[in-house]
Design a protein around this ligand. Structure first.
Ligand code: GBH
Length: 453
């Protein structure tokens, strides 16, 4: 059978990776003394997850990690972005390391290295220990210090072999959806009362980065979720609303890292962030790479009268949608990267920490032919190539996700994987996109032979 695959413009010289996060794939939520996190509390609350699923056993990856390594080796990626849950290492968020769990990740790191895959752990992919949430969670400045303690334990156990680290995944989602609106854990609805969590997460990142550097890490970064904001019209009201949304979703998280200061959120009528002397200096100098997780653009209009928010989010007109209903617009990724680089010309190299899409997949036979995912990834990799042509420095591209997994409040209803997972049997079946990505990586290596990477 011949299938027409899209021509992909490949940005040369990049590292190619795939990503997952622990809660979304591991299962075994009580194994080896694992403690409880805000996501255990979330999924155990009836009605919180749309399909009633509980991330158990998910992909069963805590036990099937050899299968995952085989898949990664077959794919031929340079690196694997996975996460190490705080509650497996410090079940109650403080105290000595749980050796059994730390040894398990140590063996996993060795397994990756033996197959030539660079381990790229994330230290916070949303699994805050429940005890720390009870003490205020990310509203509490002390959580940043606790995170540095946890980081020190992991660095002690793995720092001799792990060179690349991600600290915090998508602080914006935790602030806006976790503490602001409440559709992700810890499901609080504080609206703008959530804002201190921005600063405490960035501070946690900075403290962890210092610990990792002390332990000999070569590349330390974090990854932010970004969206390209598209004003619904050129009206002054829509432009002002777009500026407010861009500030809250993007710039509040990027500028302290890239410019050493928060944007002026007081001018939007918001309270100042709880910044102490020295914090901004620590945050600004903390990155070897800047992670961008990109899924879609966001169309923004002025808020209707009486709205509690200074903007309204609208569907993006004239573009196709993913299975999740997210607008597909690859050029928005190019424009985002070019704008960011133009505003911060001296910024560290960018890593695309996540990019991908869910599409409806009724059964295995149908799922393996996922041309829609291939088209999505191909167009977004092309958009990265366009940005690189315009002078943006990008060093790595990461597909979300290696395999179908537990999509948070959406349970098993959204499949993002290059590999199909049967959540009853645990069986993994590579999709067409897996083979496509494998060949893209091979092509790029062949094209780059003789040059230094
Ligand atoms: C990431 O979050 C997470 O890091 C990862 O764990 C998760 O599995 C993955 O992405 C897929 O969701 O309604 O059209 O305005 C993604 C953050 C926030 C990106 C919501 C898309 C809404 C699009 N997402 N956003 S739309």
């Amino acid at each position: 059978m011949t299938r027409a695959l899209p021509e992909t413009r490949i940005p040369r010289g990049l590292r190619w990776s795939a990503a997952t996060s622990a809660f979304q794939i591991e299962g075994s939520r009580t194994a080896d003394g694992r403690g409880r996190s805000i996501w255990d509390d979330f999924v155990d609350r009836p009605g919180a997850v749309v399909d009633g699923s509980t991330a158990e056993p998910a992909c069963d990856s805590y036990r099937r990690s050899e299968d995952d390594i085989d898949l990664l080796a077959g794919l031929g990626v340079d690196g694997y972005r996975f996460s190490i849950p705080w509650v497996r290492i410090q079940p109650a968020g403080a105290g000595p390391a749980n050796r059994v769990a730390l040894d398990r990740y140590s063996r996993f790191v060795d397994g990756l290295l033996q197959r030539g895959i660079e381990p790229e752990p994330t230290l916070y992919h949303w699994e805050l220990p429940s005890e720390l949430e009870d003490a205020g969670g990310w509203l509490n400045r002390d959580t940043a210090s606790r995170f540095a303690d946890f980081t020190a334990l992991v660095a002690e156990g793995l720092g001799d072999r792990v060179r690349r680290w991600y600290t915090i995944n998508e602080a914006a989602m935790t602030t806006l959806q976790g503490y602001g609106i409440g559709d992700l854990a810890p499901a609080r609805q504080l609206m703008f009362g959530a804002l201190p969590t921005v600063h405490h997460q960035l501070l946690a990142h900075a403290r962890a980065a210092a610990v990792l550097r002390g332990a000999g890490a070569h590349r330390v970064g974090l990854t932010n979720n970004h969206t390209q904001v598209l004003p619904a019209s050129g009206s002054e009201a829509d432009l002002a609303a777009s500026f407010a949304y861009d500030t809250l979703h993007n710039r509040m998280f990027s500028e302290p890292l890239l410019a050493g200061a928060y944007p002026d959120i007081e001018s939007l009528g918001l309270p100042p962030l709880p910044v102490h002397d020295g914090d901004l200096e620590a945050i600004a100098g903390s990155l070897d790479f800047y992670g961008v997780n990109f899924y879609n653009p966001t169309t923004v209009a002025a808020a209707p009268d009486g709205s509690p928010l200074p903007f309204e989010l609208l569907p993006t007109p004239g573009v196709p949608l993913t299975g999740f209903g997210w607008p597909i617009m690859p050029e928005a990724l190019r424009d985002f990267l070019v704008d960011l680089h133009r505003r911060h010309p001296g910024m560290p190299p960018i890593v695309i920490g996540e990019n991908g899409a869910s599409f409806p997949e009724p059964d295995v036979a149908a799922t393996v032919e996922d041309d829609d995912r291939i088209a999505f990834l191909s167009a977004h990799i092309g958009a990265v190539a366009d940005a690189v042509d315009q002078g943006v420095r990008v060093e790595e591209y990461t597909v979300w996700s290696l395999m179908d997994n537990f999509e948070w409040a959406d349970g098993y209803t959204q499949r993002f994987g290059l590999v199909h997972v049967d959540f009853d049997s645990g069986v993994r079946t590579p999709k067409a996109s897996y083979d496509w990505y494998r060949r893209l990586i091979l092509d790029d290596r062949a094209a780059g032979q003789g040059s230094t990477r």
